[in-house]
Ligand binder design. Structure first.
Ligand code: ITT
Length: 186
């Protein structure tokens, strides 16, 4: 069985809508290492989660990268949401001329296979990345989670979309599509 490891019900809703019964949720908070990009964070998380679960796992690390702030909050998106909050991120961006931003999502898969050079016991991890570009706007919509109300894509915020509609264009939907195509081949 493939375990989708997260503490975030919003992520799980979207992954379940895409992968259906192929996954079983597993609530576990892995340690998030500090890094400038999401891939190493997701990969370290997948190795730790595999050691916890003992069966194949996928972890999902995501973030909002705002162009004018050189990608902030990026890998610190969770901390920023918990501290200043999403509305404040909009207020900080409001006076900027360039409000372009992107959501990124990295799905990291680990099934306990040793990495090519297994001398140090490292486990192999496969990463699948999805990106969507949009604009930061005043909060709108009641669906979704996290930064969805302030991220507009083609005229609608992600909080105005159903999980299915969001998956069709979102960073997570794109990462899920690329993971699913690869997983089907395995
Ligand atoms: P897990 O690590 O347990 O999976 P988390 O919520 O801590 O859950 P992340 O570190 O990946 O997950 O999330 C970073 C932040 O980005 C966090 O505040 C999320 O709410 C937010 N976020 C992630 N995906 C999002 C999405 O699709 N839409 C809006 N916000 C999102």
């Amino acid at each position: 069985m493939l375990h989708y490891v997260t503490t975030n019900p919003g992520k799980l809703r979207e992954a379940s809508s895409y992968l259906g019964e192929a996954i079983e949720s597993y609530e576990y908070e892995y340690a998030e290492i500090q890094a400038k990009t999401l891939e190493p964070i997701a990969a370290a998380g997948a190795r730790e989660a595999y050691r916890e679960v003992g069966e194949p796992v996928v972890v999902d690390d995501a973030g909002l990268f705002i162009d004018t702030f050189d990608g902030f909050p990026g890998p610190y998106s969770s901390f920023v949401e918990e501290t200043i909050g999403v509305d404040r991120v909009w207020e900080l961006t409001e006076s900027e001329t360039n409000r372009d931003a992107e959501f990124r999502c990295v799905l990291a898969y680990c099934d306990g296979t040793p990495a090519e050079d297994e001398s140090d016991g490292t486990l192999a991890v496969n990463c699948f990345t999805g990106v969507v570009r949009g604009e930061i706007v005043a909060p709108r919509g009641t669906g979704g989670f996290g930064y969805d109300p302030i991220f507009e894509y083609e005229g609608e915020t992600f909080a105005e979309l159903t999980p299915e509609a969001k998956n069709e264009c979102s960073h997570r939907g794109r990462a899920l599509a690329s993971f699913a195509a690869w997983y089907d081949d395995q």
